[in-house]
Design a protein around this ligand. Structure first.
Ligand code: ADP
Length: 570
């Protein structure tokens, strides 16, 4: 401690009571940039006097080092920094707010008084290493040295942290209240919406308390269950008593399963309503836990499902009707199949039986023709030839029928190999050569690519093409033209057999592939045949994975198209 000149004033300074006065008095100011207190300039002494005598928290910060001197009321504001803060440069005492302080003191040392209201500081008042927010209302007053310069800053400050926090708390609280109100409103609204939705869906709500074994039903639920609107709670046993007896174990089991399993209750049952009628009800619920987390109640909805059940019953009835109809159709199909089998067998036997006498007729006619049975007149010879022509016709028919029967009964085997189209086409042309000569019809040279191969049964392919060409010839008058052409794409080859003959009426086109169908049914028709050729041809084509179709214009001509699967040469 050291006292110097102007001792009276200094004595005055320390004359009153107070902790901080004593501390200021006893402080070794000589060790600070302020120097011995006895040598302090008058302005500093007066300022210290004002601070120590002030009833409000006050602090004087003096000199370029901003050395602190504060009063008793200020002590509570600085926490654990007291008493170290006395005589300490302010930036050494409050390094955490150095930036802010520098700005304020720069203004004060320029002679400006600074007013702060609820200024926020982040302070480490208890030297804990953790910053805490604090708010202050403060006034910083410049203290002139008398030389025209400013010696220091005298501040009076009040901590407004509690006020700020209280306000923030109130705001938070208000927000909380508002949020709670909003949540409550939303809950009320959603409950109302749920009620509307449940009503709209004709759903009733119920809840079943596990402890009391009682269930509460909404008015709608009671309506669904056929009970009075507000009959009060019902025990589970009473509820079961309202159900169709055979459904009770199912409902009991559903509840047990919900309690033992995932908490989901779902069951359909029939209730016997007060008026004695039976009604179908679907119930859906979920187990809800109580405050202790243990299952407390099951809540759910019930719905009248009589309409759905009626629809289901009707569907089942229709299904049964359909089953019966299906069975009848199956039987009918069976009958048809049996009839077809019988027909095929009959045709096979008959054709076979006819061949023997027909061969005999042919043989005997030839014997007579040769004169072995005696001389034959010219007229008899003509008759014998007619008999032979009829015999050949009949023999052709019988052979065709046998062929068709064999295809239909699946007794025909196909030997499928890659076949060169060009070679087949020229073989076929050779085969019909004699018939062409007999009739004045021209054969256009076939156009086919020698690299084209198809997958086919060679003999049957020839049979189909000969058949198509024979028809073309048969239905084309003298001077007409017939011909073949091959058109290929990546996967198929189509052989076109065309003629400039009489053509086929559009309404007959679909029928000509049916057995025994002939477009010209008049007894005077000029062309022979029995209407089996195209039926056989189409069946043969399909048997080897090909397809036969036709395009025709009456008076212009016809084109038959045989489309076969294309393959690469072996
Ligand atoms: P068929 O020639 O023995 O009568 P098809 O089954 O071969 O029997 O032919 C059925 C019918 O289709 C023929 O009777 C004829 O009316 C018609 N038809 C077939 N090919 C031709 C053709 N190229 N031009 C006109 N009509 C045809």
């Amino acid at each position: 401690m050291s006292n110097g000149a102007d001792g009276d004033s200094v004595a005055e300074l320390y004359s009153c009571a107070g902790e901080m006065r004593a501390r200021v008095r006893d402080f070794d100011w000589a060790a600070t940039p302020l120097g011995c207190s006895g040598e302090w300039p008058a302005s500093l002494r007066h300022a210290v006097d004002i601070v120590l005598g002030c009833g409000f928290p006050a602090i004087l910060v003096w000199g370029p080092q901003l050395i602190q001197i504060y009063n008793d009321a200020y002590v509570p504001l600085i926490g654990a920094k007291h008493p170290r803060a006395l005589g300490l440069p302010t930036h050494a005492c409050w390094p955490e707010i150095r930036d802010v302080q520098e700005r304020y003191f720069a203004r004060v040392f320029r002679g400006e008084a600074v007013q702060l209201s609820e200024a926020q500081y982040s302070l480490d008042r208890f030297d804990s290493g953790e910053l805490e927010d604090a708010w202050f209302d403060a006034t910083f007053i410049p203290v002139p040295l008398g030389t025209g310069e400013i010696g220091g800053s005298l501040s009076i400050l009040f901590e407004s942290s509690d006020r700020v926090r209280a306000r923030a708390y109130e705001a938070d609280h208000e927000k909380l209240v508002r949020t709670a109100e909003t949540a409550e409103r939303a809950e009320r609204e959603s409950a109302a919406q749920l009620r509307v939705a449940l009503e709209a869906a004709s759903l009733g709500t119920w809840s079943y308390e596990l402890g009391s074994e009682h269930a509460w039903n909404s008015a709608r639920s009671n309506a669904v269950l056929g009970r009075p609107a507000t009959p009060g709670p019902i025990t589970f046993a009473e509820f079961l008593g309202c159900l169709e007896e055979s459904d009770r174990p199912r409902v009991r089991a559903a509840l047990d399963a919900a309690l033992a399993g995932d908490g989901r209750y779902e069951v359909e049952y029939r209730v016997i309503r007060a008026d004695g009628t039976t009604s179908w009800v679907a119930a859906l619920g979920h187990m809800l836990p109580g405050a202790d987390g243990a299952p407390a109640r099951v809540m759910g909805i019930v719905q009248d499902v009589n309409e759905r059940k009626a629809a289901e019953a009707e569907r089942e009835r229709l299904f049964q009707v359909e089953l019966k109809a299906h069975a009848a159709v199956e039987r009918a199909y069976g009958d048809v199949a049996a009839a077809n089998r019988a027909k095929s067998e009959f045709l096979a036997v008959m054709s076979h039986e006819l061949r023997t006498p027909l061969n005999a007729i042919g043989g005997y006619v030839e014997l007579i023709e040769l004169g072995i049975r005696g001389p034959v007149t010219q007229e008899q010879l003509v008759d014998l030839q007619r008999i032979k022509a009829s015999q050949r016709h009949l023999m052709g028919l019988v052979t065709d029928v046998l062929h068709l029967v064999r295809i239909e009964t699946g007794r025909l085997e196909y030997a499928l190999h890659p076949v060169a189209i060009a070679e087949i086409v020229s073989s076929v042309e050779v085969l019909i050569g004699p018939q062409l000569l007999a009739k004045e019809v021209f054969l256009d040279p076939a156009r086919s690519d020698s690299s084209l191969f198809v997958q086919a049964d060679r003999e049957k392919l020839i049979q189909i093409l000969v058949n198509l060409l024979t028809n073309a010839l048969k239905f084309t008058g003298p001077g007409g033209r017939i011909g073949m052409e091959c058109v290929a794409d990546d996967s198929t080859v189509t052989i076109h057999v065309r003629d400039t003959g009489i053509g086929i009426a559009p309404e007959k086109l679909h029928a000509i592939f049916e057995p025994f169908v002939q477009v010209d049914q008049r007894p005077t028709r000029t062309n022979d045949g029995v209407g089996l050729g195209l039926a056989i041809s189409r069946d043969l084509a399909r048997g080897m994975g090909a397809e036969l179709s036709v395009e025709s214009t009456p008076g212009v001509g016809s084109t038959f198209m045989l489309t076969l699967p294309r393959v690469q040469r072996d």
